[in-house]
Design a protein around this ligand. Sequence first.
Ligand code: ADP
Length: 739
Amino acid sequence: MLERLAKERRARLAAERLLEQKKRELQSANQQLALHARALSEEIVEQRQGLARALSEAASLKGQNSQVLSDLEHATSLARIAQTRLWDALETVRDGFAVFDGNLRLVAANRAWLTFFEGEIALSQGVTYDAVLKIAAQHGLIELDGRDPLDWHHEMTARIRRAQIEPCVVRLAGGRHLNLIDRWGSDGDLVCLTQDITITIRREAELQEARDRAEAANRAKSAFLANMSHEIRTPMNGVVGMADLLCETEMTEDQRLFAETIRSSGEALLTIINDVLDYSRIEAERMQLYPEPFDLERCLHEVMLLLQPAAREKGLRLLVDFDLFLPTRFIADPGRMRQVLTNLIGNAVKFTLRGHVLARVVGIELADETYELHVTVEDTGIGIAPEHVEHIFGQFNQVDSASNRKFEGTGLGLAITRQLIEMMGGSVWVDSVPGEGSCFGFRVPLTPAEPREEVDKPSTPIRLKCAMVVDDLLINRVILERQLETYGLQVTLCRSAAEALKVIEDGGVFDLVLTDHEMPGMTGLDLAQRLREGGMRVPILLLTSDPEAAQAMAGAGGDLTGIMQKPVLRSDLFRTLQDLSCIPPEPEEPVPPPAPEAPPEQGRQMRVLAAEDNRTNQLVFRKMVKEFDIALEFAGNGREAVEIWDGWQPDLIFMDISMPEMDGREATRAIRAAEAGSTRHVPIVALTAHAMAGDAESILAAGIDHYLTKPLKKSAIAERIAAHCPPEARPPLPAGMEV
Ligand code: ADP
């Protein structure tokens, strides 16, 4: 029983434990269920929220979609409008326009493009480029000038295959010309433009024809001018030469006036002919420059001296201010540079009635050892109104006004000047104030003739310390002061002779006095006299534009140490200062007279042959050399010249170029051929009336050593004779004659 009870108790206890466990399990299951239920409900809430969001997004997307649809519609309509406009535009232009796709099939073409094929075939969308070419070639649309249509077709298809397609011109059978411009587009399309250039081509042909005609006329004009130059210069040689000789003879005053008028008119006429020739040469592009080393300052100075008489007549002062730090020797065509300077300074003198003409040269050294020179010519003349400034550089152009009409001229000088300076790589300008004066200038790049070291080489020192400069003109005083200061002198400037005397009275001591001649109040000569009377012994230099007149006025009194030509050349002044540095300040003894000249050397006469057909010119030549100690023979033509040369062996031949039977070139060639192989070489100087460029080369090419242009100048002939006198002959020129 007990056992049963115990068993029951154990069973009950076990049941109670099981119940307990189940209860716990149930509780935990309940808890889990609750958790799960909560999670589920949270999920449901979330999903609901998501759904709500999705629904709202869907609603907004629906709105957006309709916006996009409306935008698309708008864009499509805009694109349609743009396309229509584009095609309207393409239809309006006269040029043909077509587009092919990447497979070279026609996508679209305007009517103008299709018109090129009208009447032959109808081109439709999708037709290939290749087919278009074939149609054009085979239906005779293109003028092939006898070429095989297949060749043309190949060439055109090859052209289109290049990435960069060159434009090409085709001629249609009807005579029209088309310019084909094709280009590959970025998306592989081929865009073709076809321009009708028939009118342009026709105009070009007409222009070319007109140009050919004009050039032929210009050549004819140049040839005419060359001939005219010959025809006019030959008799002018006679007129000027004879007038020149006539002036050397005894004549009454009236006769002298007539003869001098003939000579100066002849020379004026030659100047005009030269101007016309120069201009026509430049126009025909036959002008050439012959650069060589030359002294620009000296050239400028010589031009000034040439113009000095004209300036003096009007009382004008000519001044030169050449930058002291510039070299003076440059490489350029000296003749042409001289021509430019003569023209500008000549004009300044011509158009100035009172005052001065100042030529100023300044420059800067460029990196490549050339100098950019600025040359200006300033005057105090009538000036030029602004509206005429450009006009005056044209050919045959002059200012046409009452103030200007009294001046003579061709109106070519400035046109030639501008062209010459431009040929030298420079430019010309002018500033002018009517009634006050003008300043013409040019800029030109020039290379110095010698390297700097040679220019700066040391020379005799200048020992003078203090100088007094007396001049009424400020510019002159300033220029002289600068020049003297660079040579190390201290300079005192005086505006008048009275001021100079006052300075001396006040105790001024100087080693040198430089005085102008013509000054208001007291002249330079009178000043010199007063200074000498006052006991001054230092050198006194008189600067004058007319040294001869000053010398005549000064007489043999000896107040002056020297007379210098104005404008003073810097190198002359420098040399004078050097000379004055070497002489003792007060010469005790009179300078001994120069030793008598050595008796003329003995020897045979120099033999000179002149070949010249014109009797007058022979006479002129004979008269020109009549004082020379030479044996002269004439030949009437080239053949005679060769014969005389062979038999007489002249030392020098003057050879006219234009002669009947055998001209000068041929005769020279014959002489040179005969000389070939021997050591003989007779100098031959051509006498030519041809002044056209190009003649010089052809003349020299014939074997001529030198040439002189007619009308002949006695000095030029003398120079040639002196240069070619052989050692065994007597000096040909009279003693004291300068060449
Ligand atoms: P020309 O002097 O032979 O008439 P240019 O070509 O040298 O020809 O000059 C053209 C014109 O320019 C002159 O006629 C003159 O009217 C004007 N001219 C030139 N230089 C000057 C100057 N220095 N002052 C005033 N006018 C000038």
